[in-house]
Design a protein around this ligand. Sequence first.
Ligand code: PAF
Length: 279
Amino acid sequence: MKIIRSPQTISAISKKLKLKKKTIGLVPTMGALHKGHLSLISEAVRENDFVVVSIFVNPAQFGPREDFKRYPRMVNKDIMLCRSRGVDFIFMPKPDHMYPKMFTTYVTVEGLSNVLCAKSRPGHFRGVTTVVTKLFNCIPADIAYFGQKDIQQAIIIKRMAKDLNMPVAIKIMPTIRESDGLALSSRNIYLNVKERKDALVLFKSLKLAKGLIKSGVSETGKIIHAMRRIIRGKNVRIDYVAIVDSDNLIPIQKITKGCIIALAVWIGKTRLIDNVIVR
Ligand code: PAF
């Protein structure tokens, strides 16, 4: 496994692989790898001749009051995990490599980037789509892998790739959960024991929603109301609970096949998200 720092080098290596007709799987990450990332990596290793994992804590997707500085960085552990999973290249650029002085070009997916998480994280998705575009331009991957946990991000990237004719398939992999249901996230590390317990309300409320749907409830208003009622706790604050169409992320009145139930909740100072797709 090789660790590459410069965009030019990873570009040159990827081009050579493509000339040899090798397939490339790309797993974009911000590091602090957990079992969720590892499931993406395993799928990429299974499906491609070569796998690149990018590790870059992207400053452009953090707001001024967000956790860019304290975002967990565990490079040595990440390298070890990638090596043990059969990754071929880690692309680990420095901020200056990705955003040199005079950088002024950003990619925005209109509409989808203004709803749900974007309301409390303005500019976040512009940062994500910009860095992912840069990664796609450096690494001509056949398939790029993203987790369902960040469903809005995955849908936006899928739309971007389609709208801009990017020759890459976007694969969305299921959310990986702890045994008690908490969705894995690099930010779970911020939670203390009490907050970790409180954080279970996300999964519990989604489970309740699924139960209601199974029992025949189809009015989304009723389901959202029931979910909000069980999200309680001294240190728990709802950002949003929403049921939306999976194409345009617009709220819907009645449950449809494939719609998304999503929520974001503050547990103390940590903002957690989760979702389910109604099958
Ligand atoms: O999901 C993430 O870790 C990031 O948003 C991504 C896709 C790597 C872009 O920085």
